[in-house]
Design a protein around this ligand. Structure first.
Ligand SMILES: *[C@@H]1O[C@H](CO)[C@@H](O)[C@H](O)[C@H]1NC(C)=O
Ligand SMILES: *[C@@H]1O[C@H](CO)[C@@H](O)[C@H](O)[C@H]1NC(C)=O
Length: 361
């Protein structure tokens, strides 16, 4: 092709100006949290909001116009996270899918306490995954009780079977976040919302408490024959963990429609380890470590009392360790409220009817 030098220069000039303009326009979008480091970076702009109408002024003012239309298409496609850091819609409780794993024998002793306390504040998005029919429970909780038809044994297979159903139900729900907890966890909804609000559900986010102080090492039996090993962190299921929708969708080949059970069988590890394996070892997305989730295996008495209500999940000692509870005082004695969940609940929701009653007696 023959081009005159002048023409070439002019074309070059025009082309480079256009390039500059494009680059300038792209700068904000290129600064996605994902590309800035390994861990998902909390969004600096989004503030947790209790209400529906709280908006973030700084961020809203400079991207309002561009995100009005793009926001929706981005959600529909579930993809491109370059817009996520500008998404202005505050996260609401109804955007979170909370799966509570239980078993038939704990419907009375453990679930009743949850229904009386935190679940009553999150009825629409809490789903109980159990392993036996229970008419009383169905009556109380309606459609949010899911009989997984998994075995009631506390075996790896049974636990993985339940996790597999939890995963499929979450994908079906279209909600933005998947959070798994056990039936001995209290979820401080306010703290959960606050924590998740600082990330975008379109980012790859896996949040939880590592159960060990080092990564677990296991033979790689999914991508190879098990002659090599992989190291990965996993969030302990007993303290609860959360996964963004964006990441959950990527887990699909190893987690959806029974594939979770196959994956767990291959590596022969429990359900929460398998989640960590899929995310850290296969998808190479790191666990974001947080100390805000708590299981009954910790020394809960050691938690500073003034921090209790800021945690995301709490727990209490089982039969073997009855006195291992969070150190919080309130309207109920240890005998009346051995788990401390009622006490915590009344401090968070003092208007609850039975909280009033306890004060007068
Ligand atoms: C927004 O929230 C404030 C404070 O909670 C309230 O006073 C106001 O009426 C709300 N506005 C709208 C439009 O809902
Ligand atoms: C469990 O079995 C019942 C009865 O066959 C069925 O209606 C239900 O959908 C099954 N649950 C799951 C999660 O597959």
């Amino acid at each position: 092709m023959h081009l005159s030098p002048v023409g070439t220069n002019r074309r070059c000039f025009l082309a480079s100006s256009a390039l500059c303009a494009i680059v300038l326009l792209l700068i904000p979008t290129l600064q996605t949290p994902q590309r800035q480091g390994k861990l998902p970076r909390p969004l600096p702009h989004t503030r947790p909001t209790g209400g529906e109408n709280a908006t973030d002024n700084k961020a809203a003012s400079n991207s309002k116009h561009s995100s009005v239309t793009s926001d929706k298409s981005q959600r529909d496609s579930g993809g491109a996270d370059f817009l996520s850091s500008r998404a202005k819609e505050p996260l609401r409780l109804k955007d979170i899918f909370i799966a509570v794993k239980t078993t038939r024998k704990y419907h009375r002793s453990r679930l009743e306490l949850l229904f009386q306390t935190w679940v009553s504040e999150a009825k629409e998005q809490t789903f109980i995954f159990t392993d036996g029919e229970d008419k009383d429970l169905k009556q109380k909780a309606g459609g949010s009780v899911i009989n997984t038809n998994c075995s009631a044994a506390h075996t790896r297979q049974a636990l993985c079977c339940k996790m597999s159903v939890e995963y499929d139900k979450f994908i079906e729900s279209q909600k933005k976040w998947f959070c798994h907890v056990d039936d001995d966890n209290y979820v401080v909804l306010r703290s959960l919302l606050q924590l998740l609000s600082s990330y975008s559900h379109t980012q790859d986010v896996y949040l939880g408490r590592p159960s060990l102080d080092h990564p677990i090492e296991a033979p790689e039996r999914v991508r190879s024959d098990g002659s090599t090993s992989v190291k990965f962190w996993f969030a302990t299921g007993g303290a609860g963990f959360c996964i963004s929708r964006g990441l959950a969708l990527k887990m699909s080949p190893w987690a959806s429609l029974g594939n979770f059970i196959t994956t767990a069988e291959k590596i022969r590890l429990p359900d929460d380890c398998t989640i960590g394996y899929i995310i850290e070892a296969l998808l190479e997305v790191p666990l974001t470590h947080t100390n805000l989730f708590h299981s009954h295996l910790e020394n809960l008495q050691r938690m500073p009392a003034e921090n209790v209500l800021q945690q995301v999940t709490l727990s209490y000692g089982g039969f073997e360790n009855r006195r291992n509870v969070v150190p919080i005082a309130g309207a109920f004695s240890l005998t009346e409220d051995p788990s401390r969940f009622k006490t915590v609940h009344c401090l968070l929701y003092p208007e609850t009817e039975w909280c009033h009653r306890s004060r007068h007696h």
